[in-house]
Write a protein of this length. Sequence first.
Length: 139
Amino acid sequence: MADDGVRPAESADKQLGDIVADVTQKAQLLVREEIELARAEIQQKVSRIVKGVIFFSVAGFFGLLFVIFLLHALSWGFVDWLAVKTWVGYGITTLGLLVFAGISALVGLRLFKRGTPPKPELAIEEAQKTRAVIEEARR
């Protein structure tokens, strides 16, 4: 006799309770496997992020060493180009760094003052307008 394709032969004899229990068990298994997959994926991504942070840290360290050696070479360049004593070349470099630090501090202070207090003024203004429109519509 040919199968009519409506339902498998082994499930025809099962009770409704058995079918519900089977579906529940399979759904729980599916949820557990999905959670395990998500956990494995997150662990892999966290591992990649940590490795990326480590390499960026190493790059930052070598960048800092680069700046130190560049400033050292600049100081010796001043000594050679201006025919001055060594301490004068380093003094010129130090004054240049002081000027750059001062300019950076002033710009940072200006930006800091423009950002404080951290209050969402545009959002508050928009909320007040919305409230006024709602109150006017109620009248």
